[in-house]
Design a protein around this ligand. Structure first.
Ligand SMILES: O=C(O)CCC(=O)C(=O)O
Length: 317
């Protein structure tokens, strides 16, 4: 098939239902979905010459828009984060890993380093990293939390690596962008953290991000009570039990900005790699005071879902 050719596929109801079933719950369904589409393509274009039939799904010409399920939306609203399986195809993943290798040649850690090593290339500087967000379904999945067209691409990328052996024993989360800020400087808030696992982190202590689920709501409650200008240090809240975010290479994390988090331990045999983007709804910066007090400020589509737990913890205003 020539590079710019496209084929139009009428996805029949059965295939649509199969895809919906496969993607529900974030199951690892990419291959099965590809097969479903191919099957549909065969039915839609029975007379096409052999050379026009793709061997595999060409991501430039065919895609099925993945949607977050209601359960995923609910989980994000309630607990503040979700992991979505198989968002990044292998070729984009390999190119991203090569870009991380390039960055490491420019910014290596010290000989024998153990613990976190962060690098912050600009968005334009590393297109193979930007591709994680821009050339996959990641951005549209993230926008299901905020509304279609609501967000903009970030200007910066973060490569987060954890060299073993490292044990993080701080036992405390942080919120990005405000701790130790000067009172007359606005905090560097954002809407949602999109994280891409470049290495498997599906066992504990493999460099997994630590999160304290639900703290986006507890923090907002604190800032309603103490005022948003109190965000110069970590809010004094009762912490829930900490969790380790688990994901495999190719999966994506979406985490509410206000969820308390921290670097996790890595006692495995290999260096952990994650790439983060801090995404903002357009016009976000001007409204940081509202954002700190209202966890749904930037998340219009979630508002109808949150009434159940808003009643209990009064965090949804
Ligand atoms: O290592 C990580 O994944 C967490 C990094 C982190 O806490 C941060 O950049 O704010």
């Amino acid at each position: 098939m020539a590079e710019n050719d496209t084929i139009t596929i009428r996805v029949d109801e059965r295939i649509e239902q199969a895809i919906a079933a496969l993607t529900r719950g974030g199951a690892s369904a990419t291959t099965a979905i590809e097969q479903a589409i191919l099957e549909s393509a065969r039915r839609a274009a029975p007379a096409a010459p052999t050379e026009a039939m793709p061997d595999s799904i060409d991501s430039r010409t065919l895609s099925v828009r993945r949607m977050l399920t209601r359960d995923q939306l609910q989980e994000f609203a309630e607990r503040g984060y979700i992991v979505i399986r198989d968002v990044v195809p292998p070729d984009i993943l390999a190119a991203a890993n090569a870009a991380v290798d390039d960055q490491l040649r420019m910014h290596p850690p010290q000989e024998g380093h153990a613990g976190p090593h962060f690098m912050f290339p600009k968005w334009e500087e590393e297109p193979a990293l930007a591709a994680l967000l821009r050339d996959t379904q990641a951005f549209s999945l993230a926008e299901e939390l905020t509304g279609d067209g609501a967000m903009e691409y970030p200007w910066q990328t973060q490569i987060a690596m954890t060299y073993p052996p490292y044990t993080d024993d701080r036992g405390m989360p942080h919120i990005d962008g405000g701790m130790r800020r000067k009172a007359d400087e606005p905090p560097r808030t954002f809407t949602v953290l999109a994280g891409f696992f470049l290495t498997d982190q599906d066992d504990d202590d493999t460099g997994n991000l630590y999160v304290w689920p639900g703290t986006h709501r507890a923090h907002a409650k604190y800032f309603r009570e103490h005022g948003p200008d109190a965000f110069t240090s970590y809010p004094d809240i009762k912490l829930p039990e900490r969790e380790q975010v688990r994901g495999r290479a190719g999966d994506m994390l979406l985490k509410h900005y206000m969820v308390g988090h921290n670097v996790g331990s890595n006692t495995s045999d290999s260096v952990r790699r994650t790439v983060y983007f801090r995404l903002k709804v357009r016009g976000h910066d001007a409204t940081w005071r509202q954002i700190l007090q209202n966890p749904w400020h930037d998340f219009t589509p979630l508002r109808p879902l949150v009434s159940a737990f808003e009643e209990n913890d009064d965090s949804g205003r």
